[in-house]
Design a protein around this ligand. Structure first.
Ligand code: SF4
Ligand code: SF4
Length: 375
């Protein structure tokens, strides 16, 4: 457990190394958005040299909690932990107005409007009945916006004759509430989620959304699923084991492919090599890395509520990342987390058009493999 007071004192005021790693500061070009300044705001509040006001609170929500700045900092200052503690301390009228309604929707389970209408029939043949040996968990964002991603992974698993189950309705892991600073709501949601998943006695839980996986594996501090489920995996880890076992054939193709490390899957959960190994499994593929990758990979912009509080910053971050991918010369950008694909596909790139670069397709790892599999 990180000591927030101690952490807030770690900045040695180096030449602002963290700023260049911060996707938010890169997108806005505001010095006050740099991790160093956000950390200084939190320190002022902790040291009671300044009290919270609306402008300061706004800066706490201009952070994707991606932890890229920690990688740059020689003293290991973790700005995202400072920001999280600051968000948790924001109460009453200082809670940004947009978040009041969001909080109600999170607690009532209505966060991203209704689930996709086609989802029910897609999931029906695979619903868990009683016990589920291998259980897939998609996450709310995907169940509402990720039909292609869910269709892709189910089709891939069916072609590989994999056995798996899904839930008719999924409980919320509490990740969004947690990162927005609603700690008590998050804990209640996480406990309900744990109970409902544990009731199915899975031996393996495969979590599609990287932020939900981060919540389950790293952020929930109680006696959670990590204690009761033998294996909790990301989709790339699960698929790599499956493909190594089944050894399916893939179409021979000549293409340049790049890979985006999601903040949660990469920096936080250290899943760097499994997706790259899966991509290299396809004959004829050349994997080309972006200028910033692995620990230094930028955030796509979805991070931890930024898409709700500051969608304009999210859009710029996604566009910058998309341009970085296009600069590799790749025709396909693969993501380990399908939420990143959804965000990046929605990004409008105006200063370097897809046409000029020959276009880039952005898909998650399951869809990438499914389309290249020889049935
Ligand atoms: S956690 Fe990410 S978005 Fe937040 S200050 Fe650090 S680099 Fe910037
Ligand atoms: S990299 Fe670390 S020491 Fe340097 S300015 Fe940023 S927080 Fe301070």
């Amino acid at each position: 457990m990180i000591d927030i007071k101690e952490n807030s004192r770690l900045c040695s005021v180096c030449p602002n190394m963290c700023r260049d790693f911060c996707s938010v500061a890169g997108a806005t070009r505001h010095e006050a958005d740099s991790p160093k300044h956000k950390g200084a705001f939190v320190k002022e509040v902790i040291d009671e040299k300044n009290s919270l006001d609306a402008a300061m609170v706004d800066y706490f929500y201009r952070c994707a909690m991606c932890k890229a700045c920690r990688e740059a900092c020689e003293t290991d200052l973790d700005t995202s932990e400072l920001v999280l503690s600051a968000r948790t301390g924001v109460k009453g009228d200082l809670i940004p107005s947009k978040l009041g309604a969001v909080r109600e929707n999170i607690v009532s389970g209505n966060m991203y409007a209704d689930e996709l209408s086609d989802l029910k029939s897609l999931l029906k043949p695979h619903l868990a009945k009683g016990k589920a040996h291998t259980l897939l968990y998609f996450g709310r964002k995907l169940r509402c916006e990720g039909l292609a991603a869910i269709t892709g992974i189910l089709s891939l698993l069916d072609k590989l004759n994999a056995e798996y189950s899904v839930m008719e309705t999924e409980p919320d892991t509490g990740q969004l509430a947690y990162f927005l600073g609603f700690a008590e709501d998050a804990r209640a949601l996480a406990e309900t989620c744990n109970r409902e998943i544990e009731a199915l006695h899975p031996q393996t839980l495969v979590v599609f959304s990287a932020d939900d996986l981060r919540m389950i594996k790293k952020e929930f501090t109680g006696p959670g699923l990590s204690q009761t489920i033998p294996v909790i995996q990301s989709v790339p880890e699960f698929l790599l084991e499956l493909i190594n076992k089944m050894k399916p054939a893939f179409k021979d193709t000549t293409e340049k492919v790049s890979y985006h490390d999601s903040c949660a899957l990469g920096r936080e959960l250290r899943v760097f090599e499994a997706p790259r190994e899966l991509i290299r499994n396809v004959p004829g593929v050349t994997l080309v890395e972006m200028a910033f990758n692995r620990d230094q990979a930028p955030c796509c912009g979805y991070g931890m509520g930024l898409d709700i509080t500051h969608p304009e910053i999210k859009a710029k971050m996604a566009a910058r990342l998309r341009i970085m991918a296009m600069q590799t010369g790749a025709t396909t950008l693969v993501t380990g987390c399908p939420v990143c694909s959804i965000v990046l596909n929605a990004a409008a790139v105006t200063d370097m058009s897809d046409q000029n670069s020959g276009g880039i397709e952005i898909i998650d790892i399951a869809q990438f493999l499914e389309r290249r599999l020889i049935v």
